[in-house]
Design a protein around this ligand. Structure first.
Ligand SMILES: NC(=O)c1ccc[n+]([C@@H]2O[C@H](COP(=O)([O-])OP(=O)(O)OC[C@H]3O[C@@H](n4cnc5c(N)ncnc54)[C@H](OP(=O)(O)O)[C@@H]3O)[C@@H](O)[C@H]2O)c1
Length: 267
């Protein structure tokens, strides 16, 4: 797909990966609406990104019906239609399951799974009208390899990835594609409360690297972007052929990992 002139909505485009994707798409000549809950963060992002092209902010919480309606209507009003929906807004709370509150579990399910499904459903008529529509969902490498202390987050991201696979097949031949993105650890505000580093498998890459790979996938009509390089690809393969080997690897890492991610919270 040619990106130039495409009308794009990036949820959570005011920060991190969403902001980097927005910058990359603007650089390719797309027109982009970004969303988020905090007006001040949106204003700051728009002020910085507008040097790159046509960008507009819409304030709304995608976990609420009114917020999704405001987000989508705001995007359609500004752009006059929609070609690409990037479901990027997300949140995480790490830690042992029994130490994670019901409210935190529900918050992850709402923002990481329910919201992208419902926003996609609402956006589909506009994406079909585009004639060349695309849904791009930001899941996580944790969707492919379940990581201890991220059980609920893994469930939501794996759920979204399988949703994408099913929807891609549902929409095949109908002018709307589905692209699933699996970032590894990425250096964004979401990771500020995590102390996990390379020693426990969290080697962070810049958000711009994820964004550049997303652009390549959009331009090449790809269906997935898996970050993490060859080492991650080998781990994903091993998780399919010999998952018990990974259980052993995680068992060794468990004490260090538990400590490093204990306070990881961005909801
Ligand atoms: N960073 C990583 O290592 C990593 C790895 C794999 C996957 N991911 C995924 O990548 C996506 C982006 O994460 P990030 O690291 O870029 O995080 P981030 O820097 O914290 O950005 C999150 C963005 O989402 C918005 N947002 C959060 N909850 C929202 C809600 N309920 N309604 C609307 N907007 C909301 C935030 O704005 P407000 O706070 O103003 O709402 C912000 O713009 C997420 O889906 C995350 O799960 C991240």
């Amino acid at each position: 797909m040619k990106i130039e002139g495409k009308r794009v909505l990036v949820t959570g485009g005011s920060s991190g990966i969403g902001r980097a994707i927005t910058a990359a798409l603007l650089g390719k000549g797309a027109r982009v609406v970004i969303s988020g809950r905090r007006q001040d963060a949106l204003d700051a992002a728009v002020a910085e990104l507008k040097a790159k092209g046509d960008v507009h902010g819409v304030c709304g919480d995608v976990t609420e019906t009114a917020g999704r309606v405001a987000t989508l209507d705001g995007a359609l009003a500004h752009l006059g239609g929609l070609d690409i929906l990037v479901n990027n807004a997300g949140g995480v709370r790490a830690g042992r399951l029994e130490e994670t509150s019901e409210a935190e579990i529900r918050a992850m399910v709402e923002v990481d799974l329910v919201a992208p499904i419902l926003l996609t459903r609402a956006a589909l008529p506009a994406l079909r009208a585009s004639g060349e529509g695309l849904i791009a969902d930001i899941t996580s490498a944790i969707a492919l390899i379940g990581m201890p202390f991220y059980a609920t987050y893994a469930a939501t991201k794996a759920g979204l990835a399988r949703f994408d696979e099913a929807l891609r097949r549902e929409l095949v031949g109908e002018g709307v594609g589905v692209l699933t993105i699996y970032p590894g650890a990425t250096d964004t505000p979401m990771m500020r409360t995590s102390r996990a580093g390379a020693e426990v498998g969290f080697t962070k890459e810049p958000a711009e690297a994820v964004a550049d790979a997303v652009v390549v996938a959009i331009e090449g009509d790809g269906f997935e972007v898996v970050r993490g390089g060859e080492a991650r690809a080998q781990m994903i393969a091993l998780n399919r052929t010999d998952p018990i080997a990974l259980d052993r690897r995680f068992a060794d890492l468990k004490p260090a990992l538990a400590e490093a991610v204990r306070d990881h919270s961005a909801l």
